[in-house]
Design a protein around this ligand. Structure first.
Ligand SMILES: Cc1ncc(COP(=O)(O)O)c(C=O)c1O
Length: 391
């Protein structure tokens, strides 16, 4: 057919050489996926079974990231979501229904708690929060309708390391699923499936992305039946991940080992230094004996990452603790961790009867890739400012 130039803008006959090869996964952006003939059209979601059918279920860039994450975590299949929080909510929506009961650790990531309170409860799911250090004692909280036990190890901010194998043993004795938020361990420093977990998720936003410039999540299951439940829910919830972000995450994966190694070493040095400071009551770093559940870190993890918390001595006021954070120059104030920039955030647990009595004295640090000596010098300035503010 002789084509008008307007048509050629859309249907071009231009050709380029074939056979291009490079080290990088191409970025395939697509909502529309083409079918070879009318009969082949389908809207089924399982690309592994039916082939590509709709952008929502993933382009090759998204599926490449999913396959890489699945390989790293040793699961059956992985689903990529637009962020860690959407991974959390999708898991809950896929595996819970009205009348079910879910157990969630008190130390869970805040927005995950809000999802349970605001959405799960609204739809008739019973939610109980448990002491993250309960271990096998969780059995006493399991009810006939308990379908899912959430774990996050170490917990957000307060850093309790959980006895995941003991929780999994109790859960499986009562046919409940065990889900783990494995973000702190970047999916690699704790082998979730080897420790009895059924479903893992992580915010790829953190160490996989690694540069504070994307939001992504992953959900990995170890059982084809769970994959069917998850995929069918993902299809109708409709949260698709961006291929551009997935491409950045694929790039992040290539350097994650060296970043994690450098971050682990720097964080350890800084945690040890803080432990010896007179202003600090307690360092909540999983690799130190002062962290609740340290023995489980020692038993189950192959390393540590760069997020930990410090608790100041009781004499420091909230204004002083905030003054410490404000006086830091290299440590920026921001929530999303796992990038190359060090961060500090002050939290206040005052009035939370179910949380440890750290009150306003807790600060979470994210250690980035700056020089360790410079970071320590920065913390020293912050501590001096905090102490002086008392005078
Ligand atoms: C432990 C943990 N899980 C999940 C999330 C949520 O990830 P995202 O920011 O990608 O939604 C975060 C974010 O801070 C987190 O710290």
């Amino acid at each position: 057919m002789q084509k008008h130039w307007k048509t050629r803008l859309i249907h071009s006959d231009a050709r380029i050489p074939e056979g291009f090869r490079s080290l990088n996964t191409a970025v395939h952006r697509a909502s529309t996926t083409l079918f070879p003939d009318a009969a082949a059209g389908t809207d089924q979601w399982d690309v592994h079974e039916v082939g590509y059918s709709y952008g929502l279920y993933g382009t090759p860039t998204v599926l490449e990231l999913a396959a890489r994450m699945c390989e790293l975590e040793g699961g059956h299949r992985t689903l990529i979501t637009p962020g860690g929080q959407s991974a959390i909510s999708l898991i809950q929506l896929a595996f819970l229904k009205a009348g079910d009961h879910v157990l969630i650790p008190e130390s869970v990531y805040g927005p995950s708690r809000s999802f349970s309170n605001r959405v799960l409860r609204k739809f008739g799911v019973e939610v109980t929060y448990y002491d993250p250090l309960i271990g096998g004692g969780i059995e006493s909280l399991i009810q006939p309708n308990t379908k899912l036990i959430w774990c996050e190890s170490p917990g957000s901010i307060t850093m309790e390391v959980q006895d995941v194998p003991a929780i999994a043993a109790a859960a499986h004795a009562h046919n409940a699923l065990v889900v783990l938020d494995n973000t702190w361990a970047a999916g690699v420093l704790f082998d979730a499936f080897a420790h009895g977990v059924d479903v893992t998720m992580q915010a790829l936003t953190k160490y996989v992305g690694g540069h504070s410039d994307l939001l992504l999540g992953s959900i990995t299951v170890n059982d084809p039946k769970l994959w069917q439940q998850l995929g069918a829910t993902h299809q109708v919830v409709g949260c698709a991940a961006s291929p551009d972000d997935c491409s950045l995450a694929l790039r992040g994966l290539k350097t994650m080992a060296v970043r994690l190694q450098a971050i682990e070493s720097s964080a350890m040095q800084i945690a040890e230094w803080l432990r010896n400071r007179p202003e600090v009551e307690r360092v909540l770093h999983p690799a130190l004996g002062s962290c609740p559940g340290h023995e489980f870190w020692k038993r189950d993890f192959s390393g540590s990452s760069g997020v930990f918390s410090i608790v100041f001595r009781p004499e420091y006021t909230k204004a002083q603790v905030q003054g410490f954070v404000n006086a830091l120059e290299l440590f920026k104030i921001g929530y999303s961790w796992g990038g190359v920039t060090s961060l500090a955030v002050a939290y206040d647990f005052a009035g939370w009867a179910s949380r440890p009595a750290y009150g306003h004295r807790i600060v979470r640090l994210n250690i980035g890739l700056e020089d360790t000596g410079d970071l320590i010098a920065d913390l020293e300035i912050g501590l001096a400012a905090m102490v002086q503010a008392r005078a």
